[in-house]
Design a protein around this ligand. Structure first.
Ligand code: 13P
Ligand code: ZN
Ligand code: NA
Length: 283
């Protein structure tokens, strides 16, 4: 059965570890995260962005995740990552998705609240849960230079008001991580995270965890992060291994052969990330 992320995140919060949310794109990447999580007895969040849902289909992703959950006997959730369109979220919930992120973080505070409230109203009716973001994460493609640190990072008091007004189930915080790779070592505002944790009682989410040193992710988890989002660190080794395979086998044309090294390379990273999250052997 495809679960919501509610119980798995509350358990992680209570026991001070994080559930990994791995961004998948197709059957191969979904198989890698599901099989590895099952072997390690880790709860798993299968994350799909709007473009992944556009590419693979929410119904296909749900069906594949259902097969994975039957085989695996670990809790598996399918989660909509960075959705901005409520209608798209509704359509995915209608085919069985039970967890979503409404990303209205680019909008002004009140508009973020209003859009999030509308999403929560629909999701909760179908026993689905909602993550929202306050503050703004800088993306690798983001050309906008934000000079004021305060304008981007999550304000603890705003977080309190936002959670109270929206009744969201989890909150994505902006504390210095960015989507994709960093130019140097990222600087995370742990004091800010600590303050948010003290004031807000729902599970907290760390986006942009790729390319963040393990010790920093571990520290963020120790300070209350219960869900860690990982995309880029999986995509790079998968594609690097497939490229290498084609260099070594220029006439290859069998997907079962050229996809396999990609899956193996990704699996090693997934294993490592589960260890960093501290989520192994929890079920
Ligand atoms: P990274 O690509 O930096 O891992 O970010 C992933 C993410 O936040 C997905 O929502
Ligand atoms: Zn993200
Ligand atoms: Na990152």
């Amino acid at each position: 059965m495809i679960l919501s992320t509610r119980e798995m995140l509350l358990k992680a919060q209570k026991e001070h570890y994080a559930v990994p949310a791995f961004n998948i794109h197709n059957m191969e990447t979904l198989q890698v995260v599901a099989q590895t999580a099952a072997e390690m007895r880790s709860p798993l969040i299968i994350a799909a962005t709007p473009s992944t849902v556009g590419y693979a289909g929410a119904d296909y992703i749900v069906a594949m995740a259902q097969v994975a959950a039957q085989k695996a006997n670990i809790p598996i959730a399918v989660h909509l990552d960075h959705f901005e369109d409520i209608e798209q979220i509704k359509r995915a919930i209608d085919v069985g998705v039970k967890s979503c992120m409404i990303d209205a973080s680019k909008l002004p505070f009140t508009e973020n609240i209003n859009k999030t409230v509308a999403t929560v109203a629909y999701a909760h009716r179908y026993d689905a849960v909602v993550e929202a973001e306050l503050g703004k994460l800088i993306g690798i493609e983001d050309q906008v230079v934000v000079s004021s640190k305060e304008a981007v990072y999550t304000e603890p008091d705003d977080a309190v008001a936002f959670v109270a007004a929206t009744k969201i189930d989890s909150l994505a915080v902006a504390i210095g991580t960015a989507h994709g790779l960093y130019k140097g070592v990222p600087k995370l505002d742990f004091a800010r995270l600590q303050k948010i944790r003290e004031k807000v009682d729902i599970p907290l989410v760390l986006h942009g965890a790729s390319d963040v040193p393990d010790e920093m992710v571990e520290k963020a988890i120790s300070l209350g992060i219960c869900k860690v989002n990982i995309a880029t660190d999986l995509k790079i080794p998968f594609s690097a291994a497939v490229k290498k395979y084609f260099v070594e086998n220029p006439s290859a044309n069998d997907p079962r052969k050229y996809m396999t090294p990609g899956k193996e390379a990704m699996k090693a990273v997934v294993k490592h990330k589960i260890k960093v999250c501290g989520s192994a052997d929890r079920y």
